[in-house]
Design a binder for this molecule. Structure first.
Ligand code: MN3
Length: 208
């Protein structure tokens, strides 16, 4: 059975400062993401055990653990790649196919960010804000998910950009001010990566 391992952060813990503190990145990656990874492995192992095969209640409860921890595993791996230090081009989207599509659908990048933040600030409790690609209508969509639900498994929409709005993602630095965190984070969005994901969708390189 496959064991999942904690993916390496593609930059140093402090590399996103001052937008996201090194302390937050350190805890978020080494504690939170690591816990999802370990708990996912435990749940998967139990699920494949002989005991679980004869116990439907146990299987159902393990499915919930897999949904939560598996989602936490995937969403965080995706999140680290969605961010980049400013020195490596974080925050820059000057043109290109994705930029044009954003402009066409939302008017401007600024107006897109405004709409994204309004929707994501409003997530009740813990969850994620997403820019996704709808494979049916071939359009961009701003969406949210609760807890660690993944966008694709719950809505059939391909994630291009995801922002963690669990309190652990910002509380140590921004305290309760989720809007301030969301206002700042655009300075470290890895638009090159997000654009690559969009290209893969429109050129049908990924299975939808
Ligand atoms: Mn998180």
């Amino acid at each position: 059975m496959k064991k999942f391992t904690l993916p390496k952060l593609p930059y140093d813990y402090a590399a996103l400062e001052p937008v996201i503190s090194g302390e937050i990145m350190h805890f978020h990656h080494e504690k939170h993401h690591n816990a999802y990874t370990n708990n996912l492995n435990v749940a998967l192992e139990k699920y494949s055990s002989a005991e679980a095969k004869d116990d439907l209640e146990l299987m159902i409860s393990l499915q919930q653990a897999i949904r939560f921890n598996g989602g936490g595993y995937l969403n965080h791996a995706f999140f680290w790649e969605t961010l980049a230090p400013k020195a490596d081009g974080g925050g820059e989207l000057a043109g290109g196919e994705l930029f044009n599509q954003i402009k066409q659908q939302f008017g401007s990048l600024e107006s897109f960010i405004e709409k994204f933040n309004a929707k994501t600030v409003a997530v009740q409790g813990s969850g994620w804000g997403w820019l996704g690609f709808c494979p049916e209508n071939k359009i961009l969509m701003i969406m949210t998910t609760f807890n660690q639900d993944t966008l694709q498994s719950t809505h059939g929409v391909i994630p291009l950009l995801g922002i963690d709005v669990w309190e652990h993602a910002y509380y140590l630095q921004y305290k309760n001010a989720r809007p301030d965190y969301l206002k700042m984070i655009w300075q470290v969005i890895n638009w090159a990566k997000v654009s690559d994901r969009y290209h893969a969708c429109v050129s049908n390189k990924i299975k939808t």
